[in-house]
Design a binder for this molecule. Structure first.
Ligand code: AMP
Ligand code: ZN
Length: 469
């Protein structure tokens, strides 16, 4: 598989540190509110990366954090007059509900910053011991110029950064507190302010800096060199640049071999922001659209391209997904009773070609848009050959569609659990007919299908009775 690596600005063949395994760290949300629709993009995109690597046989260790100590969380806790932990735990739980709705699988580990403080203190100590950090009045700063590779990810020159205002367009603003040795230095540990959460440390009561959290949690749960570190493109500078500086200065090894960044999601071609009134949570959008439509929509574009979010585009995603689902339903009906039968060589060959093309798209830097096109081609193939198709062919095509859908996290066959009384009666009628015709296989199939939906049949002298269990 080829991956566009922000570090080298090239597509590179993915070579994991340990063959057959992949350690992936994705920067997660700051949990002070419901996640917004932009936050859903990295979740969906990198969940799809994980699913694809697993589909190709990799054992993936997928780690994604929750930033649960932060100014915004503290502000909200003060507003509500509750502990900041109550805010973060509440929104972690809400975030997990949204992830489940979007069919984003839980990470192997979801570390939380507040639960990893001792390891953070250890890394800061190491950085001080190695001369990469210094203490001023309870604040610990990273000595940026002590790390010669600073700027290698964002491709910024350290001297350009120093002048800061030199290029207004890039707005490379680096805060310049007086006490710092150098305006480029950034905070590793900050002293407590009145009313804020704090932890004891060798430098006094305080809390860790945001960048430090990810360096420590990725090391703890993946260890050594990460295969892939990912997040939204806004994180390249300074967050990821600073993570590299801290981790490589402390550990003396490469922090991550590949860096992947998703493009930004805009609303009606404008930056999403609360002040513009075009800010939507995942929860709000899910009131109007099936969360699967959101997922389908997000994967219809390339993850590195900017993505415009608009009602008309969601409508288009909805009809695209419906087209695939209708075809799947039709294939399911046609494939009934195909158990044990083999599909034709021709269908098998066609499906192999489709699967190869799906893989080729995904191998090309996760081109999910092309992968979805392949799914549409399968639908077209199924429709074109509808009248000549044997049940085994229909079942085979459906299996391929379901498997590829699952790689993208798209649910192709919707199990409608809500079976209506009329449908039950109709199926019982069909079962009676089947029995009369001595088609006991079909009769049994109907009985077990109903059983799976929690409908129990009882053959009595007065005929078949049924009940919901
Ligand atoms: P945050 O909670 O702001 O730290 O964001 C969590 C994740 O969502 C990070 O990977 C961000 O880069 C990403 N993200 C935030 N806003 C957007 C957006 N509008 N489009 C795409 N990704 C975003
Ligand atoms: Zn991070």
């Amino acid at each position: 598989m080829k991956i566009f690596n922000t570090l080298t600005r090239r597509k590179e063949e993915f070579k994991p540190v340990t063959p057959g395994k992949a350690g992936i760290y994705v920067c997660g949300p700051t949990v002070y509110d419901f996640i917004h629709i932009g936050n859903a993009r990295p979740m969906i995109v990198f969940d799809t990366l994980r699913r694809y690597l697993e589909f190709r046989g990799y054992e993936v260790n997928y780690v994604s954090n929750f930033t649960d100590v932060d100014d915004k969380i503290i502000r909200r806790s003060l507003e509500e007059g509750v502990d900041s932990l109550e805010i973060s735990e509440r929104f972690i739980a809400e975030c997990k509900k949204d992830m489940e709705a979007l069919n984003v699988r839980p990470a192997t580990t979801h570390p939380q910053a507040t639960k990893e403080i001792p390891d953070m203190i250890e890394m800061v100590k190491t950085l001080i011991d190695k001369g990469h950090a210094y203490v001023v009045d309870g604040t610990v700063y990273f000595r940026t110029r002590s790390f010669p590779d600073y700027g290698k990810l964002s491709h910024k020159n350290i001297d350009d950064l120093e002048s800061g205002h030199r290029d207004e367009a890039h707005a490379l603003k680096v805060s310049g507190e007086d006490e710092k040795e150098d305006p480029l230095d950034f905070v590793l540990w900050k002293p407590m302010k009145e009313g804020e959460p704090f932890w004891e440390s060798p430098w006094g009561k305080g809390r860790p800096g945001w960048h430090l959290e990810c360096s420590v949690m990725s090391k703890k749960y993946i260890g050594g060199t990460l295969d892939i570190h990912a997040g939204g493109e806004d994180l390249i500078f300074p967050h990821h640049e600073n993570e590299i500086a801290q981790s490589e200065a402390a550990n003396g090894t490469t922090f991550s071999n590949y860096w992947m960044h998703n493009g930004f999601l805009k609303i009606d071609n404008e930056k999403m922001s609360k002040s513009l009134g075009n800010f939507f949570t995942v929860r709000e959008i899910c009131e109007k659209y099936d969360p699967q439509v959101i997922r389908f929509f997000m994967l219809s574009g390339h993850y590195r391209s900017p993505l415009n979010f608009a009602d008309t585009l969601l409508e288009a995603a909805n009809s695209g997904l419906t087209r695939i689902r209708n075809a799947a339903q039709d294939l399911r009906d046609r494939g009934a009773g195909a158990e044990g039968a083999e599909m034709s060589e021709e269908t098998e060959k066609a499906l192999q070609e489709f699967t190869d093309r799906f893989d080729a798209a995904m191998d090309d830097d996760l081109n999910t848009a092309d992968a979805i096109s392949v799914m549409f081609e399968i639908v077209k193939y199924a429709n074109q050959n509808r009248d000549t198709m044997e049940p085994a062919d229909a079942a085979g095509i459906l299996a391929a569609l379901t498997t590829l859908g699952d790689v993208l996290g798209l649910i192709v066959v919707v199990d409608d659990d809500e079976i209506l009384d009329d449908e039950i009666e109709a199926l019982i009628e069909e079962r009676n007919r089947a029995r009369k015709e001595k088609n006991f296989a079909r009769a049994d199939e109907i009985r077990s299908m109903l059983e799976q939906k929690g409908i129990l049949l009882k053959d009595t002298r007065e005929g078949v009775k049924w009940q919901r269990v």
